[in-house]
Ligand binder design. Structure first.
Ligand SMILES: NC(=O)c1ccc[n+]([C@@H]2O[C@H](COP(=O)([O-])OP(=O)(O)OC[C@H]3O[C@@H](n4cnc5c(N)ncnc54)[C@H](O)[C@@H]3O)[C@@H](O)[C@H]2O)c1
Length: 260
């Protein structure tokens, strides 16, 4: 029927959705009719972010640290109980760490892997039984172009994101028989809090970004992305339109990876 919302009747969890890309994805899924549970460390920020959303949207906020297995189990149980079902999981929560090689401790390395990679597995294993109960669904993992390339000062983050891309392929193989597709999105430069360096500077305002990436059209679309630029592809992977796609990671990078 024309005009019917694409995710009407579905329920989703989006991790790390208090702001940035996760918030944009949560909003898009909700506007397409899904009931959405936002799980994030920053409950207050999340609650403020959704406060002015249309009243007819079904959205809930739940405190979540994706590194704590009991909280992971709780957010899944709460979403299923509240919405009566769970169809979609978006593993988006992550932290950036650009510690120099010389200064990187093994502890810091493991911390990033725990938030950015281990959590994709724990969230997925917690959500799969609920998604199975509705006959199958969608899992979407937010990776990064940094998971496909090496860079200086990027060992923990890039290693974790590379892991997310191959974990996506492996989970796709494991979960296909349960009717669950598992795909990924690898964003390029997106204008969020993560684009700010610890000293407060904005990565997209640096000379390097302006001259190299924009001036020399290393990003063919000649701009940084916005969180909403990722939400459309995310909707595709969370909808029936992607039913015969699994194990794939789509680069949403303004064409950065298409050139050299
Ligand atoms: N912004 C970019 O340029 C860019 C590029 C490539 C990939 N990504 C990826 O996109 C995703 C979203 O990033 P963003 O740019 O919106 O970043 P962001 O920092 O704006 O948002 C990340 C969110 O994750 C939450 N979070 C962090 N640790 C958590 C934890 N342990 N448990 C629960 N929530 C936690 C934060 O509170 C925050 O709300 C991440 O996976 C990131 O790696 C971002």
């Amino acid at each position: 029927m024309s005009g019917e919302k694409r995710l009407a009747g579905r329920a989703a969890i989006v991790t790390g959705a208090a702001r940035g890309i996760g918030l944009a994805i949560a909003g898009r899924l909700a506007r397409e009719g899904a009931s959405v549970m936002i799980g994030d460390l920053d409950v207050e920020v999340a609650a403020q972010a959704v406060a002015d959303w249309d009243d007819d949207l079904s959205v809930a906020v739940h405190g979540l640290d994706v590194t704590k297995e009991e909280q992971v189990a709780e957010v899944v149980a709460t979403a299923e109980e509240r919405f009566g079902r769970l169809d979609i999981l978006v593993n988006n929560a992550a932290i950036l760490d650009m510690t120099a090689y010389e200064d990187l401790s093994l502890e810091a390395f493991h911390r990033v892997l725990s938030v950015n990679l281990d959590s994709v597995l724990t969230m997925t294993r917690a959500a799969v039984p609920a998604i199975e109960r509705v006959g199958g669904g969608r899992i979407l993992n937010i990776a990064s172009i940094m998971g496909l390339r090496g860079a200086k000062d990027a060992i923990p983050y890039s290693t974790a994101k590379g892991g997310v891309i191959n974990l996506t392929r492996c989970l796709a193989c494991e979960l296909a028989a349960k009717g669950i597709t598992v795909n990924g999105i690898a964003p390029g430069f997106i204008d969020t809090r993560m684009a700010r360096t610890p000293d407060g500077a904005h990565e997209h305002e640096t000379e390097l970004f302006q001259q190299f990436y924009l001036g020399h059209e290393k990003i063919p679309l000649v701009r940084a992305g916005l969180p909403d630029d990722v939400a459309g592809p995310a909707l595709f992977f969370c909808s029936d339109d992607s039913r015969y796609v699994t194990g794939q990671t789509l680069l949403v990078d303004g064409g950065l990876s298409a050139t050299f």
